[in-house]
Design a protein around this ligand. Structure first.
Ligand SMILES: Cc1ncc(COP(=O)(O)O)c(C=O)c1O
Length: 415
């Protein structure tokens, strides 16, 4: 592929161009076929060009693509109900947007408004959200500031104020970090980009307890780990289903490859008068021209319904355990272990095992080798190779991909 002259060079792209997709296979413009363990970075949860998705798109595109949120939008109410009842399972309301970063910006806004309605003891509004080191929440000004990784923020300072980063899964550090300005705690049930690090159940319970104790919002970023990816409909439910979040951001899998995002706000009362949290975002408080178009809602409804019909959460759990068993069963010197939940898996590589080309991390190097061998994966941090296939990947295609991975990893000359 020629280097681009016109597209801004923000991505470190592989030297191939994709042409078409079919289920869990992608084909590049030379006709080369890849087993896809990347799935649009945990997005194409039903594989590529699934008939249910294509049909919903075609049907709705003929009827109404966009009309604006100035009117009732066909499909929004039904989709929101599906998300509240069957995905989150706790009473609340949904705002539709287009991406994960936008969904996170939305819940940060809700947290700030909550901090005004529930100020500190001295009457000053609370505005600070604690997030975690190695987290990833997106690239907008808000979600980037929430992200606990310096490399994402280089030369974009001054950052939006109101975030501090705490060691993940460290109860003492979290407790010590709380101060009077704090109004929420934001975390991923499984940190995706930051290395596939699941939250400890005990830690998540402690976060929930601290939120109750200090009148804080429990904010979950389910953009990558949500929508059946981790073996339950939401990532937190796979870790500790008794925890009750206040705010949840979603994107990726919710649209099966179509741009879609949303955030969910609990109906729980935030004061003795019984004011629901969701009611603090009234008319004029937030908006998005393309948030929840008829087309996006039709596709998303088809995707989520199919996910529920096929119980893809249970499938992700089963196949994810198989991935772990198989890869760890190889007992290769360059593999430390397999982390993660469901089909959000990270192969932790031993960095001291590699002779790396200049400027490559172990994960980027192995990712390149896999691609050349016909398997698409995705790095997560420097030393972790992420495996995030479609949730409906046929078992024989999963095995085919694992066998390519085995070939690549076992040929590495370990030091
Ligand atoms: C956990 C998490 N949050 C937020 C985002 C940002 O989503 P988007 O790229 O749709 O803005 C991502 C993207 O990878 C993510 O993994």
């Amino acid at each position: 592929m020629e280097k681009s002259e016109y597209v801004l060079g923000t991505y470190g792209r592989a030297p191939i161009q994709m042409d078409r997709g079919e289920g869990s296979y992608l084909y590049d413009t030379t006709g080369k076929r890849y087993v896809d363990f990347c799935a649009g970075i945990a997005t194409c949860c039903l594989g590529h060009c699934h008939p249910v998705v294509v049909e919903a798109l075609e049907k709705q595109a003929r009827r109404l693509i966009h009309c604006s949120n100035l009117y009732g939008v066909p499909g929004q109410e039904e989709l929101a109900e599906l998300i509240v009842r069957k995905v989150v399972g706790i009473d609340g309301r949904v705002f539709f947007c287009n991406s994960g970063a936008e969904a996170n910006d939305g819940i940060i806004k809700v947290a700030r408004r909550f901090g005004h309605r529930r100020p500190a003891a001295d009457g000053s509004p609370r505005y600070e959200v604690l997030t975690f080191l190695k987290s990833f929440h997106g690239r907008t000004l808000g979600s980037m500031a929430a992200t606990g990784q310096k490399k994402i923020q280089v030369e974009f300072d001054p950052l939006l104020v109101g975030f501090r980063y705490v060691d993940f899964n460290d109860k003492d550090a979290l407790r010590a970090a709380l101060r009077k300005e704090t109004c929420g705690i934001l975390l991923e049930a499984v940190q995706g980009e930051g290395g596939v690090n699941p939250v400890d159940a005990d830690f998540l319970r402690e976060v929930a307890a601290l939120c109750r104790e200090h009148d804080l919002l429990l904010m979950l970023d389910e953009v990558q780990c949500g929508f059946a990816r981790c073996g339950a409909m939401m990532g937190w439910q796979a870790v500790c289903p008794d925890v009750r979040p206040d705010l949840i951001s979603c994107a990726k899998g919710i649209g099966g490859g179509f741009p879609m995002g949303c955030f969910w706000v609990s109906n729980r009362a935030i004061n003795p008068e019984g004011t629901p949290l969701s009611s603090i975002m009234g008319p004029g408080s937030h908006g998005s021209t393309f948030g929840g178009t008829p087309l996006a809602c039709a596709v998303s409804k088809a995707v989520v319904s199919e996910m529920l019909r096929l119980n893809l959460a249970a499938r992700a759990k089963k196949l994810g355990e198989r991935v772990k068993q198989v890869v760890e069963g190889w007992q290769l010197p360059c593999v430390e272990k397999v982390r993660g939940l469901g089909l959000l898996r990270g192969v932790a590589l031993r960095p001291d095992c590699f002779t790396l080309p200049q400027g490559k991390t172990p994960a980027a190097y192995v990712n390149d080798l896999c691609r050349e061998a016909g398997l698409l994966t995705c790095p997560a941090g420097a030393d972790t190779l992420r495996l995030i296939p479609a949730l409906n990947i046929p078992e024989d295609v999963l095995d085919e991909g694992l066998s390519i991975l085995h070939g690549v990893l076992s040929q590495l000359s370990c030091k």
